[in-house]
Design a protein around this ligand. Sequence first.
Ligand code: FAD
Length: 409
Amino acid sequence: MSDTVETTEQAAFRSEVRAWYDANATPKRPDDPWATNTHIDPNAAQLHFDNSRNWLGTVHAAGYSGIAWPAEYGGGGGEAWMTRIEREIAGEYEEWIGFPGATIAMLGPTLLRHGTEEQKQEFIPKLLSGELTFCQLFSEPGAGSDLASLGTKAVRDGDEFVVNGQKVWNSSAQYTDWGFLLVRTDPDLPKHKGITFILVDMSTPGIEVRPLVQINRSAHFNEVFFNDVRIPVANVVGEVNEGWGPARTVLSNESAFIAGTRTPTGAKLRMLAEQAGVADDPVIRQDLVRYLSRERISGWMGEQVQQAVRRGEMPPMDPGLIKLGASANKRLAGDLAMSIMGAAGTAALTDGDAAAQVAWAQAELMGRYSISIGGGTDQVLKNNIGERSLRLPREPGYDKNQSWKDIPK
Ligand SMILES: Cc1cc2nc3c(=O)[nH]c(=O)nc-3n(C[C@H](O)[C@H](O)[C@H](O)COP(=O)(O)OP(=O)(O)OC[C@H]3O[C@@H](n4cnc5c(N)ncnc54)[C@H](O)[C@@H]3O)c2cc1C
């Protein structure tokens, strides 16, 4: 069902996309094998990633990945509403573009805005089709919320940078072909200066990726170590020492993407309630309606921001605001999944429909703080909204204009 009254053109596009998905994808079943993207077995996790990448390729070949992206870079040159309709329909089917699809929203606009013509030609089509996948190599053990304090060092040697240091919490870095990396190229400058944004082939000698095992026993993210890794200077996106600009483009698009993504969680919760026989329970019903309403509002807000970004305009609201809403939704979903399952949600089942439902509910519960932290914590987003949009006084800071190398670590 559509959320809004559609034009004839939009309705025709909806029918076309629906027909394609009906012919090529599987409508969601209770034991949807794609629903859980956290797998304890590394081979199953790798397979999930590969399936997502291959599915992105299939969607791209059909003309639906990057449908609103410029045609000269492998996109469809279409309207922003086409992406909304396509993603909305895609959410009703099991096959999913997963992490490779998510990185399009982060790296794509950054390359469009800050990349050279060669970089756009080389990387955007491959990003849209999943031919190349990328991970985000930003956070470090001493630089998370305060990302600009990062210390992974890059020293220029002719046409290359030699990189040494460590990154952490890098989602899917064990699977991706490339990464987008922030390095410190001039320690004498203040911390927001002297940072460079560079693309790195993950098979370059000297890169070591160590998966981090989480509470749910899967390894969603990694530590990534750089030991004398040589990266061509030609891979710099934007200017040397001016990487904070592209980094901010990634972060604001990441925030908007997380906030605006129409995950199939609401539909899944409703299905779970029906299967568990509690869809008519008044408390569950009320919580479900609350969740579905919030999910839909977040989707609309995200869409408004993304449309503005695609038109090259300032977003109509602070993107941090919708990300805050999405992180509250995620917590709500985890709690609601467990309310629906009741005591059965604590079981350790191994196969069948019931096991798949329990596994999904447990994954929702254990992962319910992921959005509250990833892509900027709720607390930091509130600070940013206060300063940027409410014009409150800036948080006191002593090190903004100080040379990075003199800041106590
Ligand atoms: C699911 C997930 C996926 C991620 N994927 C990636 C990835 O692919 N690539 C990558 O580079 N990173 C990734 N991250 C890392 C993420 O960006 C960081 O975890 C995040 O920026 C917070 O940094 P930190 O963990 O170092 O926490 P810290 O910055 O140490 O924060 C600790 C606590 O202090 C609070 N705090 C910090 N500063 C302030 C302040 N100024 N005012 C008020 N409170 C404050 C925070 O809100 C938090 O509660 C991911 C994280 C998650 C959860």
